[in-house]
Design a protein around this ligand. Structure first.
Ligand SMILES: *Cc1c(COP(=O)(O)O)cnc(C)c1O
Length: 397
């Protein structure tokens, strides 16, 4: 009988050491529940970093995946396939953008947005060749490629991976005056997360996004929002930017776009931006493949049919209010929007995550040493939230 330690040591022996997972070996997922190889049940309060907003192995997405996998999985973009157009239409109509460019991982979507913004800057705004600048924020998380880590402010993601890509200007997150100071005629775009997830559910001051929108309009600059983690209902709206009633020029999406089945990402924008690409200038072998498209269609249907943004708003409010009743001097702040909640501690969060797992069957993960991110699948019920709350309040009593 192979136990958890067997799998853990095998992984350590043969795998690169670039993650520090909790030592729990999961073998099955169903809705909000995960089961380890000994059959012990856990309430998932991370949702694979918001990739499974629809819950694990959602039957509707599963069906779509199986049916499509039996028929056709990949044509590459050398040929057309009959699933991609319906997916394009569905996501564009749902989000109100003219067009989409399909990719696979979040980082690829961000790379695509950067390339689109740069080309737009040279061909539309007429910025001098190789002078385009993109404004980004401190504590950002946009992925792991060499270009993206070139503008991270997280030392451990960056150190020893140089030389770095030029053309990025970093300002403090949440401070509109800092953007005003650095914006200039070479600014192609401002790219931010509407709420910073990896940084620990950092919510910018009210009005920040609408101020940026105004600044972008006044200066002919593209506003790129990375909604890879915040999108598709996580914060209580389909997209987090809806909280401020604005619309960005470009949105990167990923994670929950496939309900966790398969890497599906994309860049949404209007024609004036995405039409900068001509055949041969950008692409991906798997981007827009029929399997991914069929999965994404079903994943989007589930979000709409099961009213996941509305659920996230109502249950997130309920959960946050309850959490705020926990009184403990170790808790520095509890903040959130929808079912996207951060508990910031004055000390290391890891031991609390481990206790929640081992003693209470709740799976959460620390981000940045001292913050616990809580982001359960959006199909969670009130009773399941009460169960999670009881455990969390016990751990902090
Ligand atoms: C997860 C994430 C990414 C990167 O997505 P990958 O699929 O891991 O490449 C980019 N931006 C944000 C905001 C994310 O949360």
């Amino acid at each position: 009988m192979k136990n958890q330690n067997y799998f853990i040591s095998l992984e350590k022996e043969y795998g690169a050491n670039n993650y520090k997972p909790l030592d729990v070996v999961i073998e099955k997922g169903e809705g909000v529940w995960l089961y380890d190889i000994d059959g012990k049940k856990y309430l998932d309060c991370l949702s694979s970093y918001s990739a499974v907003n629809q819950g694990h192995c959602h039957p509707k997405i599963l069906n779509a995946a199986i049916n499509q996998a039996k028929k056709l999985t990949l044509t590459s973009r050398a040929f057309r396939n009959n699933v991609l157009p319906s997916y394009y239409e569905k996501i564009c109509k749902l989000t109100g953008f003219d067009k989409i460019l399909p990719m696979n991982t979040g980082a690829e979507a961000v790379e695509t947005a950067i390339k689109a913004a740069r080309k737009w800057a040279y061909t539309n705004k007429k910025i001098e060749e190789n002078k385009a600048e993109i404004i980004v924020c401190s504590e950002n998380f946009h992925g792991r490629t060499t270009t993206i880590i070139s503008f991270t402010t997280d030392e451990s993601s960056k150190k020893d991976f140089g030389p770095y890509t030029k053309g990025f200007v970093t300002v403090k997150y949440g401070d509109i005056y800092e953007i005003r100071k650095v914006i200039n005629e070479n600014t192609a775009a401002i790219m931010i997360e509407p709420i910073q997830g990896e940084a620990g559910i950092k919510i910018p001051p009210k009005g920040y996004l609408s101020e940026i929108r105004k600044l972008c309009d006044e200066n002919n600059v593209l506003f790129i929002l990375d909604e890879i983690q915040t999108g598709f209902g996580r914060t209580g709206k389909m997209f987090a930017y809806e909280h401020e009633g604005i619309k960005p020029d470009v949105v990167t999406v990923g994670k929950a776009l496939s309900g966790g089945f398969y890497p599906v990402s994309g860049v949404l924008a209007n024609k004036n931006v995405l039409d900068v690409f001509n055949p041969g200038e950008h692409g991906s072998t798997f981007g827009g493949n029929p399997l991914g498209c069929a999965i994404a269609i079903a994943a989007l249907d589930v979000i709409v049919e099961e009213k996941l943004p509305e659920k996230s708003a109502a249950l997130g409010d309920y959960f946050l209010k309850k959490l705020k009743t926990i009184k403990n001097p170790m808790i520095k702040e509890i903040r959130g929007k929808g079912l996207f909640i951060g508990i910031e501690l004055t000390q290391k969060a890891r031991p609390y995550c481990e206790r929640l797992q081992k003693e209470f069957g709740i799976l959460v993960k620390e981000t940045h040493e001292n913050i616990i991110r809580i982001a359960p699948p959006l199909i969670i019920t009130k009773e399941e939230i009460d169960f999670a709350f009881d455990a969390i309040s016990k751990v902090f009593s």
